[in-house]
Design a protein around this ligand. Structure first.
Ligand code: MN3
Length: 209
C-alpha cells in the first residue's frame, strides 16, 4: 500500500497573513509531496514494510534494513512531520491562536510556570536550531511534557516521544515571506496554532496509556 499525501485541511490562503499562500502551496504540493514520493520509491522493494503505517516505521526505525533506514528517517520523517504539522494549525477565524484549556493547559501551567513562559522557552529553542529542523512540545515516555528540537526531518517518534505541537524551521517554511527573520515567523505562528485539535490529540494519548 502506497503512502499518500493527505488532504490539506484548509485552503492555501487560510493561514494568511501569518503563513502566506505561496509558501503553503509550495510547502504542501512540492515539499511534502516529494517526501511521500521518495518514501514510496524507497519502500518499493520491501513490500512487507510498505504496508506498515509511517508511525510504526519511525518508532521502530532501528530494526529497518540498513539500506532503507536513511530513506525512512528523511522522507518518512518528512511525510509524518508535515502531515502532523498541517493538522495542528487552523485559521484564527475558527480558533487558531487561542490558548489551550483543560488538562493540557493545567499541565503546561504547572510544568512551565505558565503559558507565557512556555511560549518563550519554545521560541528560544526554535531560534536556537542551527540549520534545518523542528521544535516540538512532546509527551515524554513518563507522560510529562517536554520541549525538544530535532535536526532535518528526524521525528520525535524515533525517540519514543509523542508530538503535541511542532514547528517547521526549514527555510522553505518561511523564507518567501520572512526571509532570514526566523524569530518573526515563530512569533507569528502562534496565531494559527489549533489548540482545540491539540487538546483532542492529548486526551487520546492519555486514554491510550
Ligand atoms: Mn517543511
Amino acid at each position: 500500500m502506497k503512502h499518500q499525501l493527505p488532504p490539506l485541511p484548509y485552503e492555501y490562503s487560510a493561514l494568511e497573513p501569518f503563513i502566506d499562500t505561496k509558501t503553503m502551496e509550495l510547502h504542501y504540493s512540492k515539499h511534502h509531496a516529494t517526501y511521500v514520493e521518495k518514501l514510496n520509491t524507497a519502500l518499493e522493494t520491501f513490500p512487507a514494510l510498505h504496508d506498515k503505517p509511517i508511525e510504526e516505521l519511525l518508532q521502530n526505525f532501528n530494526n529497518l534494513p540498513e539500506s532503507l533506514k536513511i530513506s525512512v528517517i528523511n522522507h518518512g520523517g518528512g511525510h509524518y512531520n508535515h502531515s502532523f504539522f498541517w493538522n495542528i494549525m487552523c485559521p484564527p477565524s475558527i480558533g487558531g491562536g487561542t490558548e489551550p484549556i483543560g488538562r493540557l493547559a493545567t499541565l503546561i501551567e504547572s510544568q512551565f510556570d505558565g503559558f507565557k513562559t512556555f511560549q518563550e522557552e519554545f521560541n528560544k529553542k526554535a531560534v536556537g536550531v542551527f540549520g534545518s529542523g523542528w521544535v516540538w512540545l512532546v509527551v515524554g515516555i513518563g507522560g510529562d511534557l517536554q520541549l525538544t528540537t530535532t535536526q532535518n526531518q528526524d521525528s520525535p517518534l524515533m525517540q519514543g516521544l509523542i508530538p503535541l505541537i511542532g514547528l517547521d524551521l526549514w527555510e522553505h517554511a518561511y523564507y518567501l515571506k520572512y526571509q532570514n527573520r526566523r524569530q518573526e515567523y515563530v512569533s507569528a505562528w502562534w496565531n494559527v496554532v489549533h489548540w482545540k485539535a491539540v487538546e483532542v490529540h492529548f486526551e487520546k494519548i492519555k486514554e491510550a496509556r
